[in-house]
Design a protein around this ligand. Structure first.
Ligand code: ADA
Length: 564
């Protein structure tokens, strides 16, 4: 299903995972020819959740494509059709009628169908993964693959009414040892008469708040309150204690999970439950040759097992909101997470565009809305390697930081810079994050010289290296030192960097670029990307270890590689 736990006991929930019909539309004829009500007969089967770029003849297809499936509804007051993610533009029709559209490839959306006729309905989704330089986020300049499809779960909730909990958002807060749960929920009356009923919130099965509400027919009421949670046990990486919250209202209920922990800033340190946080992390794309963005849960688990084996304690979800099931697993395993929107590599002239501005703010808001319940998330990142050395970059950071703080005042906000010593936005964020590739792309300083210069620039602020690394082709070895793309050279550069980082007491930590090799764009950087892969992984794309994996593991855990 779409989460790692059951999200309701009252709704009839049907997963729409399975083989759907699929037709690519390279000449964009579908709208004109009315494919939403007259679906072409030459379709091929396509697995959902999935992306089409793992199918042989569609490996590099970018553009519109049309999916079709059938859904069956029983007697119900309303049904809600949910998509956890569609990359990137989705338009949806039911029985030929438009339900609506959504832009933003890594975030959820849903449509309500009032009083559906019991029986079978035709569901059609037009998906468009076109990337350009002026309207899309991410843009057409990328260093990961532009997979298109429906990479995350789709499901149907049938509601018996009369009440419907349209959203439930939890934000856990801990201050001065006191745990507070902030709650925002939206209650709807689906019936055609006034609804006078009681809602109740349970935490781990104990009632913590209950109230009567009166809602006119077809109307909604927003609940906004905070409850003290007495004697709460804290969530921590070693003891990731989670609480289950269930909101019950007039024939409907909604289950969410959260955990209480305190993240604060003290000078150049980040404190987790009052103790200094030391991040030893990796950057991870959602990628695999056979699945693209649509990683199945067993692969998510495998990645987390490898992370544990490596001795790392955190993931930077580079460079977009991750599958919520992965965040659920991080919550359960005590893995800290930095989450980011896909505002990657934008230049000043792009940041000036209104469309980009609207889309990024909406994405940031929606990401925080979806994920503020996750105790694993310790910081929000508003962009990666954009023009933060220009006035346009500063205006963008100002606005995004304000949005993030409005949406969630409890977590540090940051962005990842590669403008570094030229950056003019570090004063705007709580934590300074720098991406730097000494020894690989850059050779003008040592790590310590660079970090000293950044420290002098930012003063007493928490500092992290959010990217550093070097490329190696799995299995390519060299006897001589310094042979680019050899596993030995990658290992050498990684050890140099890690050794410098662990010796510095003024770093909150680091995220290695990257956990495993990832398929990348065929565009401008192709010549620096053998195999069309970003080969800076500690593991290759099938998660086979390179020498650098063992080197990092030795530094982080003291463990030696297996002798055979
Ligand atoms: C940047 C970028 C990464 C990746 C990396 C690299 O720092 O943020 O996504 O492209 O460079 O491998 O060059």
């Amino acid at each position: 299903m779409h989460r790692m736990f059951r999200t309701t006991t009252r709704r009839r929930q049907t997963s729409l995972e399975g083989m759907w019909d699929f037709v690519p539309d390279p000449h964009d004829m579908g709208f004109g020819e009315g494919w939403f009500s007259d679906y072409p007969s030459n379709s091929q089967p396509m697995w959902v959740p999935g992306v089409w770029n793992t199918t042989r003849e569609l490996l590099n297809y970018e553009g519109p494509a049309w999916f079709r499936t059938r859904i069956t509804t029983g007697e119900c007051m309303a049904a809600v059709l949910n998509f956890a993610a569609v990359t990137h533009q989705a338009n949806v029709w039911l029985d030929g009628d438009p339900l609506g559209g959504h832009y933003g490839g890594f975030l959820p959306f849903s449509f309500m169908i009032s009083s559906p006729e019991p029986g079978t309905h035709e569901l059609i989704v037009r998906v468009d993964n076109t990337h350009d330089m002026t309207t899309t986020v991410p843009s057409a300049y990328l260093d990961w693959f532009r997979y298109g499809g429906i990479p995350r779960p789709v499901w149907l909730d049938e509601l018996s009414g009369p009440g419907y909990i349209a959203s439930l958002r939890l934000t856990p807060v801990v201050k001065h040892g006191k745990a507070v749960l902030r709650v925002r929920a939206e209650l709807l009356n689906l019936s055609d008469s006034v609804l006078d009923d009681v809602w109740t919130l349970y935490l781990d099965g104990q009632e913590i708040r209950s109230e009567r509400v009166r809602i006119e027919s077809g109307d909604a009421q927003v609940l906004l309150f905070a409850v003290d949670v007495k004697d709460a046990q804290l969530w921590s990486p070693n003891e990731p204690r989670l609480y289950q919250a269930r909101l019950n209202f007039a024939g409907d209920d909604c289950i969410e999970r959260t955990g209480f922990r305190d993240i604060s800033i003290d000078g150049d340190r980040v404190l987790l439950n009052g103790e200094p946080l030391h991040i030893a992390g990796v950057n991870r794309h959602e990628d695999h040759p056979d699945w693209g963005f649509a990683l199945p849960p067993h692969l998510m688990l495998r990645d987390l097992e490898l992370l544990r084996d490596l001795g790392a304690n955190s993931i930077r979800g580079s460079h977009y909101p991750n599958d919520q099931r992965f965040l659920d697993l991080c919550d359960e395993r005590g893995i800290l997470f930095m989450e980011e929107i896909p505002l990657w590599g934008f230049k000043a002239e792009q940041l000036r565009l209104e469309m980009i501005d609207c889309r990024t703010s909406a994405m940031l808001w929606a990401m925080i809305e979806r994920d503020s319940c996750h105790p694993c998330i310790w910081a929000w990142s508003v962009l990666n390697e954009c023009a933060t050395d220009t006035p346009e970059g500063r205006a963008a950071v100002e606005q995004l930081v304000e949005t993030a703080r409005d949406a969630d005042p409890t977590r540090p906000v940051t962005f990842a810079s590669n403008r570094n010593l030229q950056d003019i936005c570090f004063d705007l964020v709580d934590v300074v994050c720098v991406n730097a590739y000494y020894g690989w792309y850059w050779h003008d300083m040592t790590w310590n010289e660079f970090l000293d210069a950044i420290r002098a620039k930012v003063g007493d602020k928490p500092l992290l290296v959010t990217e550093f690394g070097a490329g190696a082709i799995y299995g390519y070895h060299a006897l001589e030192p310094g042979v680019v793309w050899s596993e030995e050279h990658q290992q050498r550069l990684l050890i140099d960097a890690l050794t410098a980082f662990v010796e510095r007491s003024d770093l909150v930590g680091f995220y290695i670029w990257q956990f495993f090799d990832t398929r990348t764009d065929r565009g401008a950087r192709a010549l620096q990307r053998p195999r069309n892969y970003n080969n800076k992984g500690l593991l290759d794309e099938y998660r086979r270890p390179k020498l650098s994996y063992y080197a990092a593991r030795r530094l982080l855990t003291g463990k030696e590689p297996p002798s055979e």
